[in-house]
Structures are given as structure tokens and as C-alpha cells.
Ligand binder design. Structure first.
Ligand SMILES: Nc1nc2c(ncn2[C@@H]2O[C@H](COP(=O)(O)OP(=O)(O)OP(=O)(O)O)[C@@H](O)[C@H]2O)c(=O)[nH]1
Ligand SMILES: [Mg+2]
Length: 363
């Protein structure tokens, strides 16, 4: 019987260092591959060792199971992790939808309204969830609620944690294990690089021998993380409560979100614009007439990320959108901008990433 790495689920092997599950020597005691060991003990960022096709094959097999599925999305990247390909796979299954990383939202957020908003998105995309909740693996908030909901819906079946890469599936399982055992350290490897978990990780958890099962995340190819280098991830991915920044915008104003995107506003009346991105992303408000000059002279300079090294492989595209009322403009993987009022907005953003418009998630 092949032995699996407890950190990432890959089958342990001693043949090829560049393939998943590598250990220098295959012995009885070996429980964890070299990649996970270095991730968990030296905080090293993992190497990407599997292809999208390999992840998808595991996910395809997983969704065929007669089980309860906990579909985890990242509240801060809602629109890119509430993903068409995941939704299609989970339609007509027993699903509990959990929006993780709520610690990133401002403390004043009305979470009941957030759940209502998510519920509308589920209706819009015809995903019938048995329950919808929020959670934070980081602060362990709402873990008891999650466990209680799982208990109600499980009906003696295994419980699979599924979703896009990086939403915190493994982190939530680690948090659940800490809740019900004396364990204080993580069991499963987690990291800010998408694609950390490589295969199913089965953990006996329930009295009837049913399991909690972690799975690899679906890699979202239109996510910003596919366009920039891992060393820039920390300035894009927030790791603590986001402090929103509000601007009163008049006609002919623009806002740069680092060098990742720029929004240029045409409006008859002043607009209120609030940016929810990582606190370390540099925001710059300017006149639209200066945008071209700044793009040419400051991209990779004050307007980072992307860094000069990353710009070489990037191109940008633009689109015009019309906004009335209170809307959010979501950028794949790095946050959202709430706009209140009526305006035409020209958005320049990195090619092959996505921009989505929704009703505002936060009041
Ligand atoms: N702020 C915050 N960060 C979180 C939370 N949960 C997970 N993270 C971080 O999100 C990143 C991804 O977490 P993982 O648990 O590895 O995510 P995953 O869904 O298992 O990812 P894959 O295995 O790649 O599919 C890590 O940097 C975690 O520390 C949370 O509740 N709040
Ligand atoms: Mg994982």
C-alpha cells in the first residue's frame, strides 16, 4: 500500500525530487514529504509540482462521491473563488457554502448581510446550498457553528472540503482538528501559494469512522496570482483586517491600485469610492489626464506591484463599465472597490485576469 504525505496528500516516493511526494529515503517513519517539511518548519514557499489537469482530475473524482461537500470560498476574493467550474461540479450535491477569511473584513461588517448577499449570488448561479455560513480559520471564529451544521447535514457520510486553491480549505481543517483534539500545531501543510494540497488527505474524525477529507484546490487561471511572482504575493494578499479607503471622486479623477489596475471616472455628480485591498497595496489618486504619463514612468516604480521584473511578461487591457447605485468592482484575487453613484468607469487591468461587477457586498 502506498503511503501518503500527511501535509499535502501526495504519495511518498524517493525517485524524483521534482515530482510530488519526494522523500530522500522511503522508510516506515517517513510521514511527510520534503516539500511539506520545508514549508511547515522553515516557512519556505512550496514549489509548484502538479499541473492544473492533475488537480482537476482529483476534484472530478471527489465530486462523484456520495458525501457532504463543504464548499469554501475566500470572502475577499469572492467572485474569483465562487467559481463557475466549482459551481457546476457541485450543483445538485449536498453542499454547505462557507465564506472563509472574514477576519479580513472590517470589524464593523454586518455578517448577516454578507450571508444574505452570498445567498443571492447562490440564487443567481443556481447553487442550492443546504446552509451558508462565514468563518475564519485564522481566528477560529464560527468553527463551532460549522461543526454543528456539518453534524446536522452529514448523515453518516464523509465530509469533503472543496473549492478553489488558496481559499483556506486546509487551514479550516487544521482549525477544526485543534478544536476537537489537544493538538496545537497544524497537521496539514498550508501556504499562500495556490496548489499546496496535492491529493486527498483523509482524516478520521467522526465517531462512526467517517472522515474529514481535504482536497486540492481548483487553480483559477484568471487570478492575479498567475500573473505575478510569488515574492509579490505578500503585498497583494491581505493577512489582517483590511482598512478601507474612501475617496470623494469628481469627473476626471482616477485611482491606481498599485500598478495592478487603474479606474478612471466620468461622472456628473461626485461619487463615493471605497477601496478594499491589502493595506500594503499602494493607492494613488490622480487626474485622469496624468494616467498615461504615470503608467509610462512609474509602473514598477511607485506603482507596484507589479515589479519591473514582472512587467516584462504582462500586458493590460481596458473596459468601460456603467454604474448606477451601490456596486462593487471585483478584481480577481486582490480585492474590490465599492462605488456609490452614477458613473462611467474605464478600468485598465492586467490581461487574462477578470473584473466582475456585483451589487455591493458591504452596506
Ligand atoms: N487572513 C486569513 N488567512 C487565511 C485564513 N485561512 C487561510 N488563510 C491563509 O490563506 C492561505 C491559503 O491557505 P490554505 O489553507 O493553504 O488554502 P487551501 O484552500 O488549502 O489551498 P490549496 O491547498 O492550495 O488548495 C494561507 O496563507 C493561509 O494562512 C483565514 O481565515 N484568514
Ligand atoms: Mg490545501
Amino acid at each position: 500500500m502506498f503511503k501518503k504525505c500527511v501535509g499535502c496528500g501526495a504519495i511518498l516516493q524517493a525517485e524524483n525530487e521534482n515530482k510530488p511526494g519526494f522523500v530522500p529515503m522511503l522508510t516506515e517513519e517517513m510521514k511527510i514529504c520534503k516539500r511539506c517539511f520545508r514549508m511547515m518548519h522553515y516557512n519556505e514557499l512550496p514549489k509548484i509540482v502538479a499541473t492544473n489537469e492533475e488537480y482537476e482530475a482529483v476534484i472530478d473524482a471527489v465530486v462523484k462521491k456520495n458525501a457532504l461537500f463543504i464548499y469554501i470560498v475566500d470572502i475577499f476574493s469572492f467572485k474569483s473563488t465562487f467559481h463557475k467550474m466549482m459551481i457546476e461540479r457541485l450543483r445538485n450535491k449536498d453542499v454547505i457554502l462557507v465564506a472563509n477569511k472574514i477576519d479580513l473584513l472590517p470589524k464593523s461588517t454586518n455578517l448577516a448581510k454578507v450571508v444574505q448577499w452570498i445567498s443571492k449570488e447562490c440564487d443567481r448561479f443556481q447553487l442550492k446550498a443546504l446552509a451558508i455560513g462565514v468563518a475564519s480559520a485564522k481566528t477560529a471564529d464560527f468553527m463551532d457553528d460549522l461543526l454543528a451544521t456539518i453534524d446536522m447535514a452529514r448523515k453518516h457520510r464523509d465530509v469533503y472540503f472543496v473549492g478553489c486553491a488558496n481559499v483556506g480549505k486546509s487551514s479550516i481543517i487544521n482549525a477544526l482538528l485543534k478544536r476537537t483534539t489537544t493538538r496545537t500545531e497544524d497537521v496539514i501543510a498550508t501556504s499562500l501559494i495556490p496548489g499546496t494540497t496535492l491529493n486527498e488527505i483523509r482524516i478520521p474524525y467522526f465517531e462512526d469512522n467517517s472522515m474529514l477529507i481535504d482536497t486540492p484546490g481548483l487553480i483559477n487561471t484568471s487570478d492575479i496570482l498567475n500573473q505575478i511572482l510569488p515574492k509579490s504575493f505578500k503585498s497583494i494578499l491581505p493577512n489582517k483586517e483590511v482598512k478601507p479607503k474612501t475617496y470623494q471622486i469628481t469627473d476626471g479623477n482616477s485611482i491606481f491600485l498599485g500598478g495592478l489596475a487603474v479606474l478612471s471616472f466620468s461622472t456628473k455628480k461626485p461619487l463615493s469610492v471605497t477601496v478594499y485591498t491589502s493595506n500594503s497595496l499602494y493607492l494613488h489618486r490622480t487626474k485622469t489626464s496624468r494616467v498615461e504619463e504615470l503608467f509610462t514612468s512609474q509602473l514598477g516604480g511607485i506603482l507596484i506591484p507589479p515589479t519591473k521584473e514582472e512587467i516584462v511578461n504582462l500586458s493590460y487591457e481596458s473596459k468601460d463599465i456603467q454604474i448606477t447605485g451601490k456596486k462593487d468592482i471585483w478584481f480577481s484575487g486582490f480585492g474590490f472597490v465599492q462605488v456609490s453613484g452614477t458613473a462611467k468607469i474605464t478600468i485598465r487591468y492586467i490581461k487574462n485576469t477578470e473584473v466582475y461587477i456585483t451589487d455591493a457586498i458591504l452596506g
